[in-house]
Write a protein that binds this ligand. Structure first.
Ligand code: NAD
Length: 291
């Protein structure tokens, strides 16, 4: 199965990065969102990020303009009907994703593969509500998409081998590396990463270390490029909490109990970088630990 045209649903931080890497690799991309401002912002961000690659001599100015010319935008979801592959990267809410697939299905070609970039929703369950569970899988990019090398490919229980192979080829063509994961809560990266971040928050909660000493310990003692609390602020503390809840509910093991201090930060609206405050306060010149 040859994939030429890709439809990307949702033009937020993940959707614009996905459109960027696909267009650069030569795919025709049609990006859709319910919000015109999101589409306009996405095109501006892609342009800026490609320009940065030109200035670092990673790509030529010609490659940039060719990539930009391959990206179309539309507010009409059903315009994505003639594509070969759909990558859904809309808001992380099951009802939203389900409605997108329901609306799309009558307009798709029989061979079109459906995928979701979800971080936590069951691929098997999303697939079961479509007309083609065997042509449905998880296509999980990491943030920021143009920078991160990994894509997790997640098979639902019904996913067939040609579908997996076609997605594997796409990952190869965009120059990234695929890790194959089975459809269990949080897949591989978040299954391992989030409990570590949650443990770092427990370490803070129990007074074992301060924000600074915990982050420094993991950077200098375990050679991590970012401390776990700094990383949590980057990801968003609401996202970290949501993923811990998915692990806790989905695996029913108390070892995944979200730290009460993480819940407290989310209740305060201190969600990390995006709200200006989390384990660090970003409102000044340099980040200052909040504990
Ligand atoms: P975001 O909030 O930045 O973007 C979501 C976009 O979806 C918004 O522009 C919104 O207008 C749009 N949208 C909402 N409903 C829609 C609909 N019915 N049709 C079309 N567009 C719609 O979110 P994001 O961080 O880009 O996350 C998107 C997906 O990627 C989620 O499933 C998330 O779990 C997953 N993901 C996120 C990250 C991350 O670090 N942010 C990493 C991996 C995967």
């Amino acid at each position: 199965m040859t994939i030429e045209k890709v439809g990307v649903v949702g033009a937020g931080q993940m959707g614009n990065g996905i459109a960027h890497v696909l267009a650069l690799a030569g795919y025709e991309v049609l990006l859709t969102d319910v919000n015109q401002d999101a589409l306009t912002a996405a095109i501006a961000i892609i342009d800026k990020n490609l320009e940065r690659q030109v200035s670092r001599e990673k790509i030529t100015a010609e490659e940039k303009s060719e990539a930009m010319a391959r990206i179309g935008t539309t507010l009409t979801l059903t315009d994505l009907g003639p594509t070969d592959l759909i990558i859904e990267a809309a808001t992380e809410r099951e009802t939203v994703k389900q409605a997108i697939f329901e609306d799309l299905i009558p307009h798709l070609k029989p061979h079109t593969i459906l995928t979701s970039n979800t971080s936590s929703i069951s691929i098997t369950r999303l697939a079961s509500r479509t007309d083609r569970p065997e042509k449905f899988m998880g296509f999980h990019f990491m943030n920021p998409v143009p920078v991160m090398q990994l894509v997790e490919l997640i098979r639902g229980i019904a996913t067939d081998q040609p579908t997996y192979d076609a997605c594997f080829e796409v990952v190869k063509r965009i120059g990234k590396t695929a890790a194959s994961a089975e459809d269990f809560p949080a897949f591989i990266v978040n299954r391992i990463l989030m409990p570590m971040i949650n443990e770092a928050v427990y370490t803070l909660y129990e007074g074992v270390g301060s924000v600074k000493s915990i982050d420094e310990s993991m950077k200098l003692g375990a050679n991590h490029p970012m401390g776990p609390l700094e990383l949590a602020d980057f990801i968003g503390l609401d996202t970290c909490l949501a993923i811990m809840n998915v692990l806790h509910d989905g695996l029913a093991d108390t070892k995944y109990r979200p730290c009460p201090l993480l819940t407290k930060y989310v209740e305060a609206g201190w969600l990390g970088r995006k709200t200006g405050r989390g384990f660090y306060d970003y409102r000044g010149e340099t980040p200052v630990p909040t504990r």
